[in-house]
Structure formats: structure tokens, C-alpha cells
Design a protein around this ligand. Sequence first.
Ligand code: SF4
Length: 183
Amino acid sequence: MIKVLVSSCLVGETVRYDGTAAWCEAQHLAAWQTEARLVRACPEVEAGCPVPRPPAEIEPGATGVEVLAGRARIRDRSGADVTRAFARGARLALERAREAGVRIAILKDCSPSCGSTCIHDGTFCGRIKPGRGVTAALLEQHGIRVFSENQIADAAACLHALDEERTHANVADSVWDHRLVEG
Ligand code: SF4
């Protein structure tokens, strides 16, 4: 079964910087949970960040792609550099995704880790801009399709296509095996 990585906060875990969750009520998520397709991850907490923790943003002018390339940092509101922990969280999420056979991720948008369509602009003024967080960028770089909680219908269509592809591949394999046996 093709698995779906999901931000822990979207499925009710109170792991956000302010100690809250970001419940996403989408029916697809509930169905995937019932099918045991969901693989949860909170990159920041799994990298050792506490709950609550100060909000953090990627430096102005950069996105998760630049952070992964070593060209930008992530800082919390006090100015402390939290890049190392956030990058570690991204690597842990990728490891978990690979071990579980994840092909799709649903991640909480706007986060410096999980943002997939937008992130905060690095000024701590509440402004957002297009871009990916470090975990979303790393997953995409390794072939995992990343969607936000606002794109779950697109994710469901993508998952359906991947399931169909896998079913056809399995049918083709069994026809081939049958021919080999028949000689
Ligand atoms: Fe949610 Fe991701 Fe932030 Fe964890 S790191 S609280 S999963 S948005």
C-alpha cells in the first residue's frame, strides 16, 4: 500500500510552536487514517525542539531550498540560529518516509519546516510569501510529492493515479510470471 506522510499537527497532535494542533477535518485524511496509510511526523519535535517553542522563520529572501544548500539560516524570534535542528528534523522525516514507502506528503502550510506553497517572510510580521520549508523541500528533492492541507483533493487524485499504476504493474508482472510457467 502506498503510504502518505502527514504533519502530526494536522491530525490533532499538539506539537506546534504554541502548543496547539492544526486539526484538518478533510474526509480523505480520515479515510487514509482508517486504511492505515498515514505516517505521522513532526520534524521539529522529532529533532528535539520543545513544545512550546519560540516561533522560527527562514531568513528574508530565502526558502527551504537555500537552507538545505547552506546558503540561508533559520532563526527564532530572539535571533537564535535553529537551522541545525530543523535540518535534522527534515532528514528524520525523509528517513521515516523512505522506510514506510511514502510517495505523497500532506504538510502544514506556512511552516519553516512543513510549508509547501508558502512560508513566512522572515520578518516575524505575519507576512507570508511563496516557498517551501526545509522538510517539504527535502522530500520533494527525493521524489515525494508534497501537498498542503489546502490541496488534499489534488493529493487524493495523485494517490489514486499511483495506486492504479501499481495495480497495472502487478497485473503485468503476474501475466509475465504465468507465461514463464506455461513455457
Ligand atoms: Fe506541524 Fe510541521 Fe510544525 Fe511539526 S514542524 S508542528 S508537523 S507544521
